[in-house]
Design a protein around this ligand. Structure first.
Ligand code: SAH
Ligand code: SF4
Length: 349
């Protein structure tokens, strides 16, 4: 399993090969990923054949594109059958990938398709990193129409709570930065407010971005939407986020999934703006994507305008996040929920 092997140990897989083969392989895996070992032209054919089956830690169940080809979503299937979702989004000046860190999630947020599934298992550092490498490999053959043909930005906003899978998340971040050459400033870890992980992340050497999914400022309401609030209450989450900003010098973003009648009141907007001012954070508002197992609805346009207007009036910096790939269920956990996988293993997007 090439991506499941620590980069330093790749040589162990190449017993009777000269030492420089490990360096060559490392370059193919991380610096210039390719879809098939056959494209690893400086390796002997016998070795390419030997490694062929072990290149990717998953096969492709479903690949879909939207937004005139600038959004691609994959439902990947790990070798134990575990499904993971990855979404690639091209913009003029950057190419962003949204990756999964776990199969399912134990946090149980009521509006989230992944949370509704429950937790299956952690992803290995190699399975996390390989999502980025796979996208780069696809783009080396099929670039997005108007976007850089290489991942420049990574967001941990797919399935799972990355800070509850701390060791694998951090090792994947290390590989992205040190092996793949992605800038730490282009990487965003999104957390539901898993405080011990936030505190550990502060101590890491890399200035990655931190996004904190808040969704409510009223403790009893937040506990309803985000049950982990009972264990790590909002005050502790905000304190850790504030410390992250002070220690790392990186502005934290506060994620707010807006749900009609749940968290779109003036009271919530005023509370959110107060927190944003207090810790110099940026607010990202996104309308909820309805999921089959909940009745949550996005607010209408006027309610969104009102909520964002109140936030701005109260001095918060706000962006309304665009929802890429709506028609392909690109929101968290949704492709897995609705698709009937065809399992043809095809690699083409
Ligand atoms: N577990 C982490 C990262 C994965 S979820 C976290 O919760 O931050 C990434 C983002 O998607 C979170 O901000 C989450 O609130 C949001 N999200 C989940 N389900 C959603 C839905 N149905 N509609 C809109 N956003 C959703
Ligand atoms: Fe897990 Fe994030 Fe979904 Fe909550 S929103 S259930 S933390 S993936």
């Amino acid at each position: 399993m090439l991506y499941l092997t620590e980069p330093d140990r790749l040589g162990d897989l190449l017993e009777d090969q000269p030492a420089y083969r490990a360096t060559q392989l490392r370059e193919w895996l991380y610096e210039h990923p390719v879809l098939s070992t056959q494209a690893m032209t400086n390796l002997p054919e016998s070795l390419r054949n030997l490694l062929a089956e072990d290149l990717w830690p998953f096969t492709v169940d479903v690949a879909q594109s939207a937004d005139a080809g600038e959004t691609v979503k994959w439902l990947l299937r790990c070798h134990d059958g575990a499904p993971i979702e990855t979404v690639l989004m091209g913009y003029r000046s950057r190419t962003t990938i949204c990756i999964s860190s776990q199969v399912g999630c134990a946090m149980g947020c009521t509006f989230c398709a992944t949370g509704q599934f429950g937790f299956d298992r952690h992803l290995d550092a190699g399975e996390i990193t390989a999502q980025v490498a796979y996208a780069n490999a696809v783009m080396s053959e099929y670039p997005l129409p108007h976007s850089p043909p290489r991942v420049s930005n990574v967001v941990f906003m797919g399935m799972g709570e990355p800070l509850a899978n701390y060791g694998n998340t951090i090792e994947s971040i290390r590989r992205m930065i040190e092996e793949m050459g992605i800038s730490a400033r282009g990487i965003t870890v999104s957390t539901v407010g898993f405080v011990p992980g936030m505190r550990r992340l502060i101590e890491e050497p890399w200035p990655v971005n931190l996004a904190v999914s808040l969704h409510s400022t009223i403790p009893s309401e937040r506990s309803k939407l985000v049950p982990i609030n009972d264990r790590y209450p909002i005050d502790e989450v905000v304190e850790a986020a504030g410390e992250y900003y002070l220690r790392k010098g990186r502005r934290v973003s506060l994620e707010w999934t807006l749900i009609a009648g749940e968290n779109d009141s003036d009271e919530e907007a005023i509370g959110l703006a107060r927190i944003a001012r207090q810790i110099h954070a940026h607010v990202n508002v996104i309308s909820v994507n309805p999921t089959p197992l909940s009745n949550d609805e996005p607010p209408d346009r006027d309610a969104i305008r009102r909520f964002v207007g109140t936030l701005r009036r109260e001095g918060a910096n706000v962006t309304i996040r665009d929802t890429r790939g709506k028609e392909i269920d690109a929101a968290c956990g949704q492709l897995r929920m609705r698709s009937e996988p065809h399992r043809d293993g095809s690699l083409r997007p």
